[in-house]
Design a protein. Structure first.
Ligand code: FAD
Length: 321
């Protein structure tokens, strides 16, 4: 089993550890190898022993200093050529899916994206999320190696022991063509209170019902009070009221907060694809027939311009004792 690990600040990303957990179960005792690249990869690799990785292969190449999907895929294929895995796995993140799609093309191997489960076997039975989460598909993967990505938050990341992973560095042979697509600039989005949408425990989102960019001010205030983040629907980003980085959904950020407060959002399937990992969904909508009401744990039928400030006022009263 070979797993492509994404990481930041010298730590493996949680969604990659989730993919590693599923891959380890799938390996059923066979050795698990990992591939990492980029700054901090060696530090992140060292932590993988406790997740069952026996060898972490760190690709070192100046072209891999930033995200370069084809070059990463070429590096993974190179390790696969040496280790001959039965399967290759990664997180079903935008990057994971992109990189593994390139591996599939390079190795002419079958690829099932966004799996929530996979069983050992040939063909390998998988269940995967399709159509933005509105259906689960049962499929069988033939051929070798079998490539899977794991839908974020479908599996909990679980350590398996305390063993150390052997860390082996290698220099992949990359051509200029492999480096044509790569990140050349990174702009950090300023986040209220330093909490990113993807990691926030509380997310207060507004949709078209906010009425204007200024209509987000109560959501900003409430999110700030809760130490959370503000999200929005695609209708809002299309209108230019908020940046795309705030968008929750199939083509936005996928979130799994403790509480998702969705205000003035109708609840289209593409939106729900991004927030159904939330532990609790509270909807605020003037329309009792809005689809989000059926998907919510709690609903308030009312005007968000009145309901959000009322929640904020109540929380402030509570805090004041
Ligand atoms: C390929 C594809 C990908 C997509 N990806 C995404 C995605 O990632 N994320 C996403 O969100 N959408 C996505 N969409 C768009 C999606 O289909 C919907 O069009 C979008 O989510 C609608 O946004 P909305 O709920 O804000 O707007 P609307 O559907 O217009 O709903 C507005 C809601 O606000 C309510 N409302 C109005 N005024 C108030 C008020 N004062 N107080 C309370 N409630 C009020 C209304 O009753 C209504 O329910 C995608 C679509 C496609 C085709």
């Amino acid at each position: 089993m070979l797993v492509f690990l994404e990481h930041s600040d010298g730590q493996p990303d949680d969604i990659s550890l989730q993919a590693l957990t599923l891959a380890r179960d799938l390996a059923a005792g066979a050795p698990v190898h990992a591939v990492l690249a980029g700054p901090g990869a060696t530090d992140a690799a060292a932590a993988l022993g406790s997740y069952g990785v026996v060898t972490a292969h760190v690709a070192e190449h100046e072209g891999l200093a930033t995200h370069a999907p084809v070059a990463l895929a070429r590096s993974i294929a190179e390790v696969a050529g040496r280790t001959e895995p039965a399967a290759i796995a990664a997180a079903g993140s935008e990057r994971g899916n992109e990189v593994i799609a390139h591996v599939a093309a390079i190795m002419d191997a079958p690829f099932a994206a966004n799996c929530i489960s996979a069983e050992p076997g040939d063909p390998m039975p998988v269940t995967r999320v399709r159509w933005g989460g509105s259906l689960l598909e049962e499929a069988r993967l033939h051929g070798s190696p079998k490539l899977v990505t794991v839908a974020p938050h479908a599996v909990a990341a679980q350590a398996s022991g305390t063993g150390d992973a052997a860390v082996e560095t290698f220099t992949p042979s990359l051509s200029d063509a492999d480096l044509v697509v790569r990140v050349v600039e990174r702009v950090t989005q300023s986040t209220a209170g330093g909490v990113s949408l993807a990691d926030a425990r509380f997310v207060v989102s507004c949709g078209r019902g906010a009425g204007s960019p200024e209509g987000f001010a109560p959501a900003e205030e409430l999110a700030g009070l809760l130490g959370g983040a503000v999200g929005c629907s695609r209708a809002v980003t299309i209108l230019g009221w908020r940046p795309h980085t705030d968008q929750v959904g199939q083509t936005g950020t996928k979130i799994a907060p403790e509480v998702y407060l969705a205000c003035g959002i109708s609840g289209a399937t593409q939106h729900m694809a991004g927030c159904k990992g939330a532990k609790r969904i509270i909807a605020v909508n003037t329309d009792p027939e809005a689809p989000i009401i059926a998907n919510a744990d709690y609903a308030v039928i009312g005007d968000l311009h009145e309901v959000i400030p009322a929640i904020t006022a109540e929380l402030r009263k509570e805090a004041a004792g």
